[in-house]
Write a protein that binds this ligand. Sequence first.
Ligand SMILES: Nc1ncnc2c1ncn2[C@@H]1O[C@H](COP(=O)(O)OP(=O)(O)OP(=O)(O)O)[C@@H](O)[C@H]1O
Ligand SMILES: [Mg+2]
Length: 312
Amino acid sequence: MGASDPVVSVEGVVKDFHAGFRLRRKRVLHGISFGVRKGEIFGFVGPNGAGKTTTLKVLMGLIGASAGRATILGCDVRDASVRRHVGFLPENPYFYDYLTGREILCFYARLSGVPRAHRDARVEELLGWVGLEQAAGARLRTYSKGMLQRIGIAQALVHDPQVVFLDEPMSGLDPIGRMEIRELILRLRSEGKTVFMNTHILPDVEMVCDRVAIIVNGRIRHEGAVDSFLGEGEPEADLVLAAVPAEVSMQLEQGFGAVLRGHGDRLEVRVREKHVQDVLAASLEAGAQVVSVTPPQMSLESIFLHAVEERD
Ligand SMILES: Nc1ncnc2c1ncn2[C@@H]1O[C@H](COP(=O)(O)OP(=O)(O)OP(=O)(O)O)[C@@H](O)[C@H]1O
Ligand SMILES: [Mg+2]
């Protein structure tokens, strides 16, 4: 494998399930292709039922593809030896909840072949890494959802894998829990790991991912750098003004191409980001009040919504 080869490569992967009395074929992945580069955080984004978990199961060798090819670090995913380099946080991790945090990590360390001599030190290191030293002796059934996700990430890292796969790592977490998981993911990248994460939480994608692929109904709609998505189309901002004289609202429309909507005394103004300063200056000068300024619309969200609406 060369330095520029993808760490994860998916080429034309098809997955059919056979369900129901007549075992009717249901195609869930329609020949998807994408690549994950070394050292990046890759977001695999799509609505519920799009095929994210199914793709991840193919990559983890838990189910076989019906056609196509998937490799991790140049090895076919059906080859069990690649698992040594791969960490995995499942969507709904099943934990033996009568065990303590420390015990579950020891258990997984043993399962994944961490030598006995290193095991205890590795477990303590991981507990510190995910910030669960204090809770290490408590049973998992007393853990919050955020603590369970953190122990789940520690579990995925016991054997120090090069590539880490996370299925919906932030779902069901409160804002603080989400922030903690985001920080762990960013730290993984700074330690040189490659991270693949399934998610439908777009602000998290914008905050941590380098590149994304958007999957809808088993087809990839877009693949590219998050920056390039965010740069697509010109960003806009929403302003709410009050007591705007009529001649000024005309000036905003004609001079700055603003889109206006009146609500009683208030005027909602959507304007391109580059005109925000000028619009505010003109309005204030004419005696208007500024009620609020909302940051530019997130364009990943609009691309996502478009992708979902596109026809097959
Ligand atoms: N074993 C199975 N047999 C039949 N259909 C299945 C099976 N597993 C998944 N599916 C179907 O495949 C489609 C994709 O499911 P998948 O779990 O991959 O979606 P997802 O993108 O992970 O969604 P979510 O965001 O809800 O987790 C769904 O329509 C689902 O019902
Ligand atoms: Mg899923």
